[in-house]
Ligand binder design. Structure first.
Ligand code: ZN
Length: 471
C-alpha cells in the first residue's frame, strides 16, 4: 500500500459538492485515491503507529492546492512545429496548408520527443489529465505513431484520453490536406479497432481511454464521419473533432456540403453526451440550445483562437445555456505552448472584452478547468478533491513575489497574478510527477536539445521538398 500525506495546505480549492475552499488542512492519499481531508491528519488514522516507510509526506505550507486540471484539446506532435515564421501570422487554412508540409516529416522519434515536451509542460503547469488529437499519419511513416505517443505518455504518468484522429478527404477530393497524408476509410477503421483493443480501458480511474476523432469537416469524407460515429458507439468510446473554429470553415460547409457545420455533423450522427468539439466559436443561439439539450461538449481554446485570429467562443452565453465546457491548450503550432495555467489566464481575460467584465470570474474558469473538463471527457472520478476521488492534484507555491500583496483571495491568485506559473508539485494517480517545480526524472536541457534537433530536421526536409522558405 502506498500512502501520500500532503500537509499544512494553506488553501485547498476542492471544487467539490460541499465546501469549495478550505484552509489549513491536510489531504491523505492511498493507492491513487483520496482517503481523507482534514486538519492534522495522521498517516494511519485511528492508529498510534508512527509514520512508516511507505508514507511519503509533502509540505504544502503557503501553497494553494487544486484538483489537477483537465486539458480537453491538444496536438502534442505540434510542439516540434511551434513559432515558425512562415505561419506565425497566418489564418487557419493558410496555416494548415503551410504546416501539412512539415508534419508529413513526422517520425517515431518526433512523436516520442514531442509527447515528452507537451506532456512535460502540461504537468509543470498543473494539468493531470489530457486528451490528444493525433491525426497525421504520413504514408511513408510508421503505421504506429499513435502507439508511440500512448506508450510515451504512459511512461510519463499523465492520465490520458488519446484520440485516434484521421483525414480521408485529400486535395483530389476537395479537401485541404495533401493526398499523401490522408488514409483510406478502411485502413482508418481497422486501425481504430486495433488501437482500442490494445489500449482502451473503460473502467473508472482509467489511465487511458481511446477516443475516435476524424479531423474536421474539410479533411474527412461524410461516409467516414458517419461510419466512425456508428463504430464508436458499438465500442462505447467517445467522439471528438474540430468544429466551428473559423468563418472560413462555415463558408466551406455551406458551399461544399450545403449545410451549416452543426447541421452537417448532426446529419452524420455526431451529437450527444459522448461527443465533444474543439473551439465551437461560430454557433448561433439555436445551435447553442441544441448543444445543451444533447449534452454535446465543447473544448474552449482561447489562446489558439486569439493566435490564429479565429474569433472568441461565446463561452459565458454557452455556460448560461447549460453547455458542457472544458478548456484546451490546443496544439503547440497555434498556441504556441502547452502551459495550462496560462490558458486559464487567457480564458479569464478574453471574455471581459468579448462579453462583459463580469462574464468570467475566476471560479468559472476553475470550474471549466476541473469539473467541466471531467464532464467533457466523461471521467467523473477526476475534477474535484473529495474523499473517494482520484488523487490528481496541482500544488502551487504562493510565497513568491508574483503573489506578494495578493493574499486576499488565495484561490484566485494564480489566475489574477503572475504569468502561467509552474507547480511546486503535480500529483497524478497518487504519484508525484513534478517536485519543487521540476519534472521528476527528466533532464529539461537534454530534452530541449533533442526537440530542437528533430524540429530542425523536419523543417529542413519540408523546405527541401517544397522549395519554400519557412524561416
Ligand atoms: Zn486543434
Amino acid at each position: 500500500m502506498h500512502r501520500l500525506l500532503i500537509r499544512n495546505i494553506h488553501t485547498l480549492v476542492t471544487m467539490g459538492e460541499d465546501e469549495r475552499i478550505v484552509q489549513g488542512v491536510d489531504v491523505l492519499v492511498e493507492d491513487g485515491r483520496i482517503v481523507a481531508i482534514g486538519k492534522n491528519l495522521a498517516a494511519y488514522p485511528g492508529q498510534s503507529r508512527p509514520q512508516a516507510a511507505d508514507v511519503r509526506t509533502l509540505d504544502a505550507t503557503n501553497c494553494v492546492v487544486y484538483p489537477g486540471f483537465v486539458n480537453c484539446h491538444h496536438h502534442l506532435y505540434q510542439t516540434l512545429t511551434r513559432n515558425i515564421p512562415k505561419v506565425q501570422n497566418a489564418k487557419l487554412f493558410d496555416w494548415l496548408i503551410g504546416l501539412y508540409e512539415v508534419w508529413r516529416e513526422l517520425s517515431e522519434e518526433a512523436v516520442e520527443v514531442s509527447t515528452r515536451v507537451g506532456v512535460g509542460e502540461l504537468l509543470l503547469t498543473g494539468c493531470t489529465t489530457t486528451s490528444d488529437h493525433f491525426y497525421v499519419f504520413p504514408k511513408r511513416a510508421s503505421r504506429e505513431l499513435l502507439d508511440v505517443e500512448i506508450e510515451t505518455a504512459r511512461k510519463l504518468g499523465i492520465r490520458f484520453h488519446p484520440t485516434r484522429g484521421s483525414m480521408s478527404r485529400g486535395r483530389s477530393k476537395g479537401g485541404l490536406p495533401p493526398d499523401d497524408v490522408v488514409q483510406d476509410p478502411e485502413e482508418i477503421l481497422a486501425d481504430c479497432d486495433r488501437i482500442i483493443a490494445k489500449f482502451h480501458d473503460p473502467n473508472p480511474f482509467s489511465m487511458c481511454r481511446i477516443v475516435l476523432a476524424p479531423c474536421s469537416p474539410f479533411s474527412v469524407t461524410t461516409e467516414l464521419l458517419a461510419e466512425t460515429a456508428k463504430y464508436a458507439r458499438s465500442k462505447k468510446v467517445q467522439l471528438h473533432t474540430h468544429l466551428c473554429e473559423t468563418k472560413d470553415e462555415e463558408e466551406y460547409c455551406l458551399k461544399n456540403l450545403g449545410m451549416r457545420p452543426l447541421d452537417y455533423m448532426e446529419s452524420t450522427g455526431w451529437v450527444g453526451s459522448d461527443v465533444w468539439y474543439a473551439h465551437g466559436i461560430y454557433f448561433n443561439d439555436a445551435e447553442i440550445a441544441r448543444l445543451a439539450k444533447t449534452q454535446t461538449g465543447i473544448s474552449h481554446c482561447p489562446t489558439s483562437n486569439l493566435r490564429l485570429g479565429s474569433g472568441i467562443c461565446p463561452v459565458p452565453k454557452m455556460l448560461d445555456a447549460g453547455v458542457k465546457i472544458g478548456l484546451g491548450v490546443d496544439g503547440s503550432a497555434s498556441n504556441d505552448s502547452s502551459n495550462f495555467a496560462r490558458e486559464m489566464q487567457s480564458a479569464l481575460l478574453v471574455h471581459r472584452v468579448g462579453t462583459a467584465v463580469d462574464a468570467m470570474p475566476p471560479i468559472r474558469v476553475l470550474e471549466m478547468a476541473t469539473q467541466g473538463g471531467a464532464a467533457v471527457l466523461g471521467q467523473p472520478e477526476i475534477g474535484s478533491v473529495e474523499v473517494g476521488k482520484a488523487a490528481d492534484l496541482a500544488v502551487f507555491r504562493l510565497d513568491k513575489i508574483d503573489y506578494a500583496g495578493a493574499m486576499a483571495d488565495p484561490a484566485a491568485a494564480i489566475l489574477m497574478c503572475g504569468a502561467g506559473p509552474r507547480t511546486e508539485y503535480t500529483i497524478v494517480n497518487g504519484r508525484v510527477l513534478v517536485e519543487r517545480g521540476k519534472l521528476v526524472g527528466v533532464d529539461e536541457e537534454a530534452l530541449w536539445e533533442r526537440a530542437n534537433r528533430v524540429a530542425e530536421k523536419m523543417l529542413s526536409a519540408a523546405e527541401k521538398t517544397t522549395g519554400m522558405k519557412y524561416r
